[in-house]
Design a protein around this ligand. Structure first.
Ligand code: NAD
Ligand code: DAU
Length: 344
């Protein structure tokens, strides 16, 4: 099969391309704009595989998308490309709308016109908004996105529904909880805290740190997406989650313990506006229909992740010494949105 992967130079997309090259015989074309979050070093070694091709380009470029789908005889699309960081969407929502909404619409329309046979939309559990202390998100939960990022993903997710209902276009939507693992950009909680701890810098915990996320190892997410691609029902939605709820503060303390650093590095900072309190996924639908279950427990997933960041220091040090430093200073420096300090 010829598969177009969008956003394949990012965190989950690059893990997914490695998964495809290692576990299938498919050809993979990776369309990625290489924004600040895209990094070809995430795909080191893949370029040597004759089944892999990288194209630098924008999913909002209709002509490019059209010619790629036709020229590469694409049969399936796995759509990761997005602006993915909630805090950035608070600072500047517009690019979230153009990339996440308009970009998805262009991909859907052109894929339909090109006769693509399967289209997997990698959506997110953030479309459901926030839970109280009880309950889980099911595929029937109402959509109630709270950040511009989540709203843009919800819009893209619903466009997929519309393309299935209106045109019968075979879209499958996945809604996953928080991923962790190798190649995650160090603006996200786990890699940011690992890198700061290793450099002896403060670990900025938003608000009271009692928000809850449901963590899933990235390899388990890739397996679920691939199952959805090959065996999922067109028009279906699949929630994907680790069944692994952690409070942010507990997770940060665990990381410090694993890295043998003191809890005094924890610094409470101003909360994220509109911060969702708790996410928790009910994954019984994908379990029952596709036989998927997570295989990596949190303790060993975290060990793998920490070991990867220890062994690949140059990868994240390069990011943290480049353009990203300006973002970090703006968000976490004096006068920045999360610029306050406090003690653990
Ligand atoms: P990421 O930010 O690491 O990667 C995004 C990639 O998309 C980058 O390589 C970037 O260059 C590319 N991109 C951005 N705009 C583009 C454009 N206009 N055209 C082409 N490429 C473009 O993101 P991630 O964490 O790997 O997330 C991937 C997808 O999975 C996103 O759609 C996200 O919403 C979804 N998701 C992420 C998580 C998570 O925990 N990280 C959980 C559920 C769903
Ligand atoms: O749930 C899926 C979503 O998970 C994806 O759709 C998003 O693309 C992905 O970024 C992630 O969103 P979160 O906002 O949950 O992830 P993030 O790593 O930014 O934050 C995780 C939690 O940690 C959240 O409650 C905010 C908190 N946090 C984050 C940062 C960066 C802090 O306390 N301090 C920080 O410095």
């Amino acid at each position: 099969m010829n598969i177009l992967v969008t956003g394949g130079a990012g965190f989950i997309g690059s893990n997914h391309i490695r998964f495809l090259l290692e576990n299938t015989r498919d050809r993979v074309v990776n369309l990625d704009l290489l924004t600040y979050a895209g990094n070809l070093e995430n795909l080191a070694g893949c370029e040597d595989d004759p089944r892999y091709r990288f194209v630098r380009g924008d999913i909002r470029d209709r002509e490019l998308v059209r010619s790629l789908l036709k020229g590469e005889a694409i049969e399936a699309v796995v759509h990761f490309a997005a602006e993915s960081h909630v805090d950035r969407s608070v600072e500047g929502p517009e690019v979230f709308v153009t990339t996440n909404v308009l970009g998805t619409e262009i991909l859907l329309e052109e894929s339909k016109a090109a006769g693509v046979g399967r289209f997997v939309m990698v959506s997110t559990d953030e479309v459901y908004g926030s839970l109280g202390s009880e309950g889980f998100f099911t595929e029937q939960s109402p959509l109630a996105p709270n950040s511009p990022y989540a709203a843009s993903k919800a819009a893209a997710d619903l466009l997929c529904r519309a393309f299935f209902k209106t045109f019968g276009f075979p879209v499958i939507v996945t809604r996953c909880s928080n991923n962790y693992g190798p190649y995650q950009f160090p603006e996200k909680l786990i890699p940011l805290m690992i890198a700061n701890a290793l450099e002896g810098k403060p670990l900025p915990v938003y608000g009271d740190g009692l928000q809850v996320r449901d963590w899933l190892y990235v390899g388990d997410h890739c397996r679920a997406i691939d199952l959805a691609l090959r065996q999922g029902r067109p028009g279906a939605i699949y929630n994907i989650g680790g069944g692994n709820e952690q409070r942010n503060l507990d997770l940060v303390k665990l990381l410090l313990d694993r890295l043998q650093r003191g809890h005094d590095l924890i610094t409470f900072v101003a909360d994220r506006p509109g911060h969702d309190r708790r996410y928790a996924i009910d994954a019984s639908h994908i379990r029952a229909e596709l036989g998927w279950a997570p295989t990596v427990d949190f303790a060993s997933g975290l060990t793998r992740t920490i070991d990867w960041y220890l062994a690949n220091r140059p990868w994240w040090e390069k990011i943290r010494s480049g353009e990203y430093t300006a973002y970090y200073a703006k968000m976490y420096g004096a006068g920045g949105r999360h610029g306050g300090t406090g003690d653990a």
